[in-house]
Design a protein around this ligand. Structure first.
Ligand code: NAD
Length: 289
């Protein structure tokens, strides 16, 4: 297939490289020269404009910072430039309302489009082991699945347009909540005189067990190797967790829902980010106790 790829940053760079490895012809565009140079080294053809990259393609994939940028890129450079038969796949994490708006515009323009945000960070993007949560019609999903399967280990249909973003922010709200809970439990156990390893051995096989404990333990030297073992470098940045929690709060407001613990998690990550921890892994919130 000929695939346009727009936004080759930390995530998109590795994803585009996996499409090349799967035998596709990748036509890349990014505003940053460094991203384009890296994309060329990975076997992508690069273009001076997104509209050029979209010429004659079977699919367009985007991995961009936010909803405003996604909307502008599709309106200005994809619609009317990609052939009418192309399937459009936005993998960025953006707000549900914009995802639905862009998908509706795409439909008006005659394109099949899905929102397909990912679970998994830069390492999973490089390794081709992302999980995609996909919103869109059954037909658009089927067509997108073939492309997404080259970049991930799971591609799950979440329902109509915007439902991929809804799944992503609900999942990440839960992740933020149980990371804070896990950090708080370890901090309290230690203050009560329990050794962290002993608490892990007990709680990881008891009812407090959760992913933040057994797969991503915030305590250095406990559980599998995680960013905590690397001074909280790499992994999933606090600023990105805060972005997702803000998107979750926005979506909740539009749905007439008032998450109580989710709002508290957003507040705690906002303070942690403001204190200069934006680039540290989100599990570093344990150092706040
Ligand atoms: P990034 O900042 O590294 O990459 C974004 C890229 O988009 C940059 O190279 C930038 O130059 C490019 N860009 C911005 N505006 C553009 C435009 N108008 N046209 C073309 N290119 C443009 O960000 P990232 O970490 O790769 O994240 C991308 C998306 O993936 C975000 O929505 C993020 O929330 C989501 N995400 C990131 C992670 C992660 O761990 N980094 C995990 C899951 C999801």
């Amino acid at each position: 297939m000929k695939i346009a790829f727009i936004g080759l940053g930390n995530m998109g760079g590795g994803m585009a490289a996996n499409l090349v490895k799967a035998g596709h012809e990748v036509r890349a565009f990014d505003l940053a020269d460094a991203a384009l140079t890296a994309a060329r080294e990975k076997g992508c053809a690069t273009f001076a404009a997104a509209s050029e990259a979209c010429k004659g393609v079977d699919a367009v994939v985007s991995m961009l910072p936010n909803g405003g940028i996604v909307k502008a890129v599709y309106a200005d450079s994809v619609f009317g430039h990609a052939p009418a038969g192309a399937v459009l796949i936005d993998c960025s994490t953006i707000d549900v309302a914009t995802a639905r708006e862009v998908a509706a515009l795409a439909e008006t323009e005659g394109y099949a489009m899905v929102d397909a945000p990912v679970s998994g960070g830069i390492a999973a993007a490089d390794a081709g082991t992302l999980t995609f949560m996909v919103g869109g019609s059954a037909n658009a999903f089927r067509r997108a699945e073939e492309v997404l399967a080259c970049m991930g280990k799971a591609v799950i249909h979440a329902g109509d347009a915007g439902n991929g973003q809804a799944a992503k922010i609900c999942n990440n709200m839960l992740l933020g909540i149980h990371m804070i809970g896990t950090a708080e439990a370890f901090a309290m156990a230690q203050k009560l005189g329990l050794d962290p390893q002993t608490f892990f051995d007990i709680s990881s096989v008891s009812s407090g067990q959760c992913w933040s404990m057994t797969s991503y333990c915030p305590v250095p030297g406990v559980g599998p190797k995680t960013p905590a073992d690397n001074d909280y470098q790499g992994g999933f940045a606090t600023a990105l967790m805060l972005k997702d929690l803000k998107l979750a709060m926005e979506a909740a407001a539009t749905a007439g829902m008032a998450p109580r613990i989710g709002a508290k998690a957003a507040e705690l990550y906002e303070a942690f980010d403001a204190a200069g921890n934006g680039t540290r892994d989100f599990s570093a919130i344990i150092t706040d106790y």
